[in-house]
Design a protein around this ligand. Structure first.
Ligand SMILES: Nc1ncnc2c1ncn2[C@@H]1O[C@H](COP(=O)(O)OP(=O)(O)OP(=O)(O)O)[C@@H](O)[C@H]1O
Ligand SMILES: [Mg+2]
Length: 227
């Protein structure tokens, strides 16, 4: 599929398969089209040509709404509600009120449950967004740079949580700038300037480039033109 944004091509001839029950990392430089690709899969992107199917249905189908969770790059929380109220709101929509506490605990915000969202730090707000996405217990979880602004302990914590979700059969697609996070993924989609550079596992990336360090490997692949 391809996407035009602002009259220019933002994604060009992308053909990928994202395996179920695994963590797929989406990596590439700023402006290469990561958010556009995620929006296309969620079904919120216009000017898409080609075909995008999610769980066997066209992306954006109404039946997918409760099955696909999306955490946008900028935290989207209601500032005038508390953490618990934000999560409770989404739980009410999806009929999963029993999942409110577990979702807040999952992002390490139990002690902030009654804090107003406007009083939270940037990293804490992102985690409220994540809790709101987790509360519907989605089968597909689309996360746009979910660990930006988080400290190393919390990042490691979240990646353990992502792994547990994948072990439970959830399909995760996680964008990142940080190549050390690529290590945590089962598969990688590497992009550059709206195009697909490669779709492979971290070990395949190392083998193909001869670099053990994934950042160096990605750079080597880009310099080689993705071949
Ligand atoms: N609202 C918009 N209108 C027009 N063009 C846009 C819009 N948003 C993004 N673009 C363009 O689409 C291309 C891809 O942007 P996108 O946001 O998908 O990149 P990204 O890889 O997510 O970048 P980042 O890592 O900085 O978040 C860029 O060239 C950008 O200029
Ligand atoms: Mg982006």
């Amino acid at each position: 599929m391809s996407v035009r944004r602002g009259g220019h091509p933002a994604l060009r001839d992308i053909g990928i398969d994202i395996p179920r029950g695994a963590i797929t990392g989406l990596l590439g430089p700023s402006g290469c089209g990561k958010t556009t690709l995620l929006r296309t899969i969620v079904g919120t992107q216009s000017h898409v040509s080609g075909q995008v199917d999610v769980l066997g249905r066209p992306a954006g189908s109404p039946e997918l709404r409760g099955l696909v969770g999306y955490v946008t790059q900028a935290a989207s929380v209601y500032e005038d509600l508390t953490v618990a109220q934000n999560v409770h709101y989404f739980a009410t929509i999806f009929g999963t009120k029993d999942a409110v506490s577990e979702s807040i605990a999952a992002v390490g915000l139990d002690d902030k449950a009654d804090a107003q969202a406007s009083d939270l730090s940037g990293g804490q707000r992102s985690r409220v967004s994540l809790a709101c996405a987790l509360v519907s217990r989605p089968q597909v979880l689309i996360l746009d740079e979910p660990t930006v602004g988080l400290d190393p302990v919390l990042r490691a914590d979240l990646w353990r949580r992502f792994r547990r979700l994948a072990d439970d059969g959830v399909t995760l697609l996680v964008s990142s700038h940080v190549m050390d996070e690529a290590e945590q993924c089962d598969n990688l989609i590497l992009m550059r300037e709206g195009g697909l550079v490669a779709e492979l596992t971290p070990d395949e990336l190392r083998a193909r480039t001869g670099h053990n360090n994934l950042e160096k490997a990605f750079l080597a692949l880009i310099e080689a033109g993705g071949q």
